[in-house]
Design a protein around this ligand. Sequence first.
Ligand SMILES: Cc1cc2nc3c(=O)[nH]c(=O)nc-3n(C[C@H](O)[C@H](O)[C@H](O)COP(=O)(O)OP(=O)(O)OC[C@H]3O[C@@H](n4cnc5c(N)ncnc54)[C@H](O)[C@@H]3O)c2cc1C
Length: 474
Amino acid sequence: MTENHAPADAVILGLRGLMGDAHVLDRADEMSPYLTDWRKRFTGSALCVVRPGSTAEVSSVVQFVAQHGLAIVPQGGNTGLVGGSVPLGRGDEIILSLARMNTIREVDPRSDVMVVEAGVTLAAVQQAAETADRLFPLSLASEGTATIGGVIGTNAGGTAVLAYGNMRDLVLGLEVVLADGRIWNGLGKLRKDNAGYDLRNMFIGSEGTLGIVTAAVVKLFPAPKSRATCVCGLASPDDALAFLQIAKAAAGTSLTTFELIPRLGLDLVLKHIPNTRDPIFEEHAWYVLLEFSSQSTDGADALAQAVMMEAVDKAYVEDGVFAVSLEQRDDFWRLRESLPEAQTREGYSVKHDISVPLDCLADLIAAVSAEAQTMIEGIRPLPFGHLGDGNLHFNFQSPEGTDGSDLKAHAGALHAMVYRYVLAMKGSISAEHGIGQVKRAQLAATKDPVGLDMMRKLKAALDPDGRLNPGKVI
Ligand SMILES: Cc1cc2nc3c(=O)[nH]c(=O)nc-3n(C[C@H](O)[C@H](O)[C@H](O)COP(=O)(O)OP(=O)(O)OC[C@H]3O[C@@H](n4cnc5c(N)ncnc54)[C@H](O)[C@@H]3O)c2cc1C
């Protein structure tokens, strides 16, 4: 607890006075889904959960919090992977869920934009874009639950960053409630606006520590007329990187996905996830799931065929298969998207979300895997993910048949080892999941001191009393 604040009963009564009884939850059974993160690694406690239905209500809750010496944890779908959306349990926190702010305020195909409230799920935004014959490209396995406020809060990445960028690249304007309750209306639709500092970008990726996003203007794109999805078998990450260069040179931004999967990952998916099967007859050490999109009806297939032929000719790809139906496309995607679940079902694992320059990626995989094997006998390295972005989920599975206690005991040493290589290669300790509570100490230990100082000053300027998501990021 940071300071004396009003007693819990008075807080709940006051908030109910602002928003009505139904939208202030304080019973343990009502609050429990909001208190634990998706991976079930962090559980906190809160005075209550408030569910405002409008920007004005968010503003009045924030003002109430400021007047009563409390703190706020903004929450969207609670699918974040770094513990950022759950309270620490300091005694003064309330959770502010944006789930009821789920209106799509405007779809404007002529300007290729959509204005959405923070609690709209990513899947609903994709669906509304499709209905308007447009594409909203951000795509994550959690898209049915993750919200626009959450993907802005974390600057989420996902599987289409290669062509469209991450969330930062997809936002034109924001509406934000500041720590003192004022509402910043930055909901511009402009693609060019150099009139002063770019305030929008301060909030994107700030994990609820600088302001509460209540609405956003997001970019829409022409809906692709064709897609081609392939799975290829390869001998090594080096070959995958050479293959990536061929695909990028031939397809440019029509190459929308390039995901790396090691054989161990595929084995775990086939073992644990129902209705999955080996995509290629023979086994390969590595696989790439890649997808092309085109604005012509047969353009994607033609591109995929040409790229694949060149890569096989040059012996970067050993074998490959094309999805011949939507059902098969879904099957291929399920192999990639089920990797986290398959890992969980297999047992204990240690995870990292890192990025390095592309030319270092193969060396990183080799060096980190080799050193891990000297640390724990039988450890199973499982690096997979967004190879096209230089972003790997560099995970380790416990040795087969063990309860994971050895891996658990070495988790800290493994983190230190992985981050040592990543930083030596001028990479990032958090490519897309953010800092939250998980990597706060690592950020402080590894960030450039001048950069860290600027971050602290920004936080002090926008949230001088530390009321917004305390104990997260910085
Ligand atoms: C199966 C699975 C797959 C995933 N795949 C990916 C992936 O490929 N790429 C990727 O980048 N992430 C991925 N994630 C992580 C997660 O889905 C994203 O971080 C997502 O952006 C979180 O959205 P959310 O609405 O659930 O946010 P929450 O988890 O509720 O919150 C995340 C953070 O944003 C803050 N926040 C939430 N709403 C607001 C708001 N309105 N204003 C200000 N701050 C806010 C919270 O305080 C918290 O710090 C995955 C997660 C799961 C479970």
